[in-house]
Write a protein that binds this ligand. Structure first.
Ligand code: BEZ
Length: 233
């Protein structure tokens, strides 16, 4: 593509303040992220109402909403459709659609109308190489002080893994609460990683200590963290 034709896509990054907006949603107007102060939020986009992959995703998210709420996390969806389309689609899902044993599913979290693409553009949800009229499947994890802590993007063709979204949320919360990191494929209850020693003294102490930590070398130390502690309120 010629440089002059290139469209610049601005994307918030990890550690940025979540861009602010006011929007109309299926649950009334929201002032984002101020209305969610003190809570985690998963803000996610989907390409379009009345499409099959999106429908399967909404049903899954709606079914799991109580699990996210129990983790002090609110869900907020968005697509580049109008409010009446959103309402009609969510009614159709409840009345007609069955997926993986789920039926009669009511979506109670807000779905933003974003016909103008204002919010989608602020969050880099429009990725012209994929589509210039539909949002890709973006997921933003925003912490209780309104900071973006993780983001995951999927193309139009791929439905998200909602167990992974829940795992990622718990991993972020656990890292904050216990000042640890989580290793590859970590699940709640697995051992966690003790942050790398920042000085020679700490590295020596780590290798010589016989507390609950297991150090394979000075830079690779793990310790147990029970599932009860991970999920404690
Ligand atoms: C879907 O949700 O099924 C979908 C939406 C846009 C493009 C392709 C699939």
């Amino acid at each position: 593509m010629e440089t002059t034709e290139q469209q610049v896509v601005s994307m918030p990054r990890i550690g940025d303040k979540a861009p602010e907006f006011r929007a109309v949603t299926t649950q009334g107007e929201i002032n984002f992220p101020a209305d969610y102060n003190g809570k985690w939020v998963i803000l996610f986009s989907h390409p379009a109402d009345f499409t099959p992959v999106c429908t399967s995703e909404f049903m899954t998210f709606a079914q799991m909403e109580p699990e996210f709420n129990a983790l002090n996390c609110q869900l907020v969806g968005l697509s580049i459709d109008g409010l009446y389309s959103h309402i009609a689609w969510l009614r159709t899902i409840k009345e007609k659609i069955e997926f993986k044993g789920m039926k009669n599913i009511e979506v109670n979290f807000p779905l933003i109308e974003d016909i103008t693409m204002e919010v989608a553009k602020k969050y880099g949800m429009i990725q012209p190489g994929e589509s210039s009229t539909k949002a890709v499947r973006a997921v933003f994890f925003i912490d209780p002080s309104g900071i973006i802590r993780a983001l995951i993007y999927y193309p139009l063709s791929m439905g998200r893994n909602f167990d992974e979204l829940k795992r990622a949320l718990i991993a972020l919360q656990t890292a904050d609460k216990y000042s640890i990191a989580t290793p590859a494929d970590w699940q709640p209850g697995d051992d966690v990683i003790v942050p790398v020693a920042g000085s020679c003294g700490v590295a020596k102490d780590r290798m010589e200590s016989n507390d609950e930590m297991t150090c394979y070398d000075w830079f690779f130390c793990t310790k147990p963290l029970s599932i009860d502690k991970v999920l404690a309120k």
